[in-house]
Write a protein that binds this ligand. Structure first.
Ligand code: SF4
Length: 495
């Protein structure tokens, strides 16, 4: 007898993204490295869920971590209470779903289903997600009235004191969440759910499906290293800003590797440069960078920021997902070539932004070039600080007159085949200063890890020794970024 595979909402959504993703998750679950599991996304989802539940003070939480049979039993019993249920769990014909919130209608009427999302808007795949749940609840004999998506309100300004919904004196509501009734859109998809389930099961019963091109839509798929291992050394995706259709048509014509492409086939001059340099196997330097740098004044400051974004704001006056700086590093270079390093990092858990701005202003002074890599990021942070602290706006905005962005300068004057189409500092650095390898840094080796380390360090339950280790790891990481800028400027100065 053929095996019938049990499914959950997340498994079915994986199938909707790519049949192979579902197949791998069941048949080859160990082919994802542990560090591909996005703990930060899980933590954010939990934080948002906890605050959302406060909206229903009478709510009953169904055993979220216990055995499945217990959750099913508790749900069955709790439905009779006619109270809001959190994590209500049902199963129909091997299809398992849990609802964030299930709200009973008045006088025994049908329930409203609320799906809580940590994003700041409704996306198309959210409708599929809620349609799967609604279909399963209805099939399990629990009638539904409305399907509601509750998501983050990007305009919410946290008033402090643990308050995530306030009525202002003018009667308007300042709340962390907004709700959108998606009943009509979800209903129009629910009839399709049985066929999705049937196709997902047929996929699981068959051989491993072919790869698709949906690897980042709607979520980055964790199986990319597995699926594309052994591919070309310089895939066509190395070409900067190449469109999916162009890759498709070049692949269709038999080209897989950038080095296969003949001269003249690429109309875009940057893509053609990358092709030419990749074929040559040697780095290319275009003159002009040294002259541009020679004109700049000393002392030269090389700066880099680390920021954090909270779906649920924790500091008064901040918004969801606002980019809030908590760390800077600065290497100062004087005309005689001497280098001096300073940094700022606040792990107290209090709002670090004012101290960040004041210390940055004091360190950068009023003279000399200020080097960044990608002015859009550092400049955006400085502008936000100037808006937030009008008394500091003068010295903060004055930094723009001294700012020098090394990213466009590098992009214009230097390319190495090993950069594989990227001018990110982490792609450029190994080609000019292999001794500054991020891989030798303890724990924090990229911006995502820095955010995770910061979250952990400000958590009151983190032991002091662990906080100290995170402090050191963050300082070494951010310091490495500005050391990299010093080396890059020196390198370009010789070009
Ligand atoms: S990496 Fe791409 S092809 Fe492979 S399973 Fe994921 S979505 Fe499918």
């Amino acid at each position: 007898m053929a095996r019938v595979f049990g499914l959950s909402k997340s498994k079915l959504m994986a199938f909707r993204q790519c049949p192979r993703r579902l197949w791998l998750s069941i048949h080859e679950p160990d082919c994802v490295p542990a560090d591909e599991v996005d703990d930060t996304a899980l933590a954010i989802g939990n934080e948002v869920g906890v605050v959302a539940r406060r909206g229903w003070s009478e709510g009953v939480l169904i055993a979220p971590e216990g055995p499945l049979q217990e959750a099913l039993r508790q749900t069955e019993e709790a439905l009779a209470l006619r109270r809001p249920l959190f994590e209500a769990t049902v199963q129909h014909d091997g299809m398992l779903v849990r609802a964030d919130v299930l709200i009973p209608g008045p006088r025994g009427r049908a329930f409203d289903l609320v799906e809580v999302k940590s994003s700041a808007s409704v996306k198309d795949y959210h409708i599929e997600d809620i349609a799967v749940q609604a279909w399963t609840f209805a099939a399990a004999g629990i009638p539904l009235k409305r399907r509601i998506l509750q998501h983050i309100n990007g305009r919410f300004i946290y008033p402090g004191g643990g308050c995530y919904e306030e009525v202002r004196p003018d009667g308007t509501v300042n709340g962390l969440f907004v709700q959108q009734d998606v009943t009509h859109a979800a209903r129009s998809l629910e009839a399709e759910v049985p066929s999705w389930i049937a196709k997902a099961r047929a996929t699981l019963a068959g051989p491993m499906p072919e790869t698709t091109d949906g690897c980042d839509d709607p979520y980055p798929c964790p199986y990319q290293a597995f699926c594309f291992a052994g591919g070309p050394e310089y895939p066509l995706s190395c070409l900067p800003r190449i469109r999916a259709q162009t890759i498709e048509s070049l692949s269709g014509a038999g080209y897989q590797d950038v080095r296969d492409l003949p001269r003249g086939i690429l109309a875009n001059p940057v893509q053609e440069w990358v092709r030419k340099v990749t074929c040559s196997g040697r780095p290319d330097h275009r003159p002009g960078a040294a002259a541009a740098l020679a004109a700049l004044s000393y002392p030269r400051h090389y700066i880099d920021f680390e920021t954090i974004q909270f779906a649920v704001p924790i500091w008064r006056g901040t918004r969801p997902y606002e980019q809030l700086p908590f760390q800077w590093s600065c290497h100062r270079e004087d005309a005689d070539g001497s280098l001096n390093h300073q940094d700022f990092l606040d792990l107290s858990g209090e709002d670090p932004t004012r101290a960040f701005a004041e210390s940055l202003i004091a360190t950068l002074g009023t003279k000399g070039a200020v080097f960044v890599y990608n002015q859009g990021f550092e400049g955006g942070v400085i502008r936000s600080l100037a808006t937030r602290y009008p008394d500091l706006a003068g010295p903060l905005l004055a930094l723009f007159d001294r700012m020098v962005d090394l990213l466009p300068l590098t992009r214009e004057h230097y390319y190495h085949p090993a950069m594989k189409g990227s001018w990110s500092i982490k792609a450029v650095l190994p080609t000019i200063a292999p001794d500054l390898d991020y891989a030798d840094l303890p724990e924090v080796q990229d911006g995502g890890a820095a955010q995770g380390a910061y979250r952990e360090a400000i958590d009151p339950v983190t032991p002091p020794a662990r906080r100290q280790a995170l402090d050191q790891a963050l300082k070494r990481y951010c310091g490495r970024d500005t050391e990299a800028l010093v080396r890059l400027a020196a390198f370009l100065g010789r070009c």
